[in-house]
Design a protein. Structure first.
Lengths: 114, 111
């Protein structure tokens, strides 16, 4: 299995509070991604990173920010959590030297915003 | 129209059955295609990449038809352990490796 961990694995928070989710990899891969998964929508890309301090938006980036100060860590921040951000959040990594752009996923974080 | 569409199922089949999943995608500039498997409340795991010529891995066969923008997955001799949700996934060209996921097809294999 790819060396990807996410923390926390579960979190319950209240509307309006800031929340930071962490993704940590031991594979030294350049690309990292944050997705959210909701019933009826499948997985949707929030933000991604193509190197230290290099990030870009995905299709559902509103209300989220990211930071990548080290290759191994990619942080997702909800500046002021809303109930619509209740979801399961998955981090993924990709090795651009891989032949086919496969991504490998972390175990996920279940976030509930009350 | 969703970029990647799948029949959500559920598909309920007996052990030993052959089952086929289909998927269509809308972006003709897509360059890579995959099937992922997701067990309940777990992360998606790569089942197989789908090559233009089609490819097989044991009981699993994937096919790609670029002209029709259609991907398929065939599972032969299904096992109880095949019960999961199967995600059709497409990688558009030149978008930072972004993946577009279908909503998934649920498979339940019964004894």
């Amino acid at each position: 299995d790819a060396g990807i961990t996410q923390s926390p694995r579960h979190k319950v928070t209240e509307t309006g509070t800031p929340v930071t989710l962490r993704c940590h990899q031991t594979e030294n891969h350049r690309y990292m991604y944050w997705y959210r998964q909701d019933p009826g929508h499948g997985l949707r890309l929030i933000h991604y990173s193509y190197g230290v301090k290099d990030t870009d938006k995905g299709e559902v980036s509103d209300g989220y920010s990211v930071s990548r100060s080290k290759t191994e860590d990619f942080l997702l921040t909800l500046e002021s959590a809303t109930s619509s951000q209740t979801s399961v959040y998955f981090c993924a990594i990709r090795n651009p030297a891989g032949s086919y752009n496969e991504q490998f996923f972390g175990p996920g974080t279940r976030l509930t915003v009350l | 129209r969703k970029e990647v569409e799948q029949d959500p199922g559920p598909f309920n089949v007996p052990e030993g059955a052959t089952v086929a999943f289909n998927c269509t995608y809308s972006n003709s500039a897509s360059q890579s295609f995959f099937w992922y498997r997701q067990d309940c409340r777990k992360e998606p795991k790569l089942l197989m990449s789908v090559y233009s010529s089609g490819n097989e891995d044991g009981r699993f066969t994937a096919q790609l038809n670029r002209a029709s923008q259609y991907i398929s997955l065939l599972i032969r001799d299904s096992k109880l352990s095949d019960s999961a949700t199967y995600l059709c996934v497409v990688n558009p060209y030149n978008q930072g490796g972004k993946l577009i996921f279908g909503q998934g097809t649920e498979l339940s294999v019964k004894p």
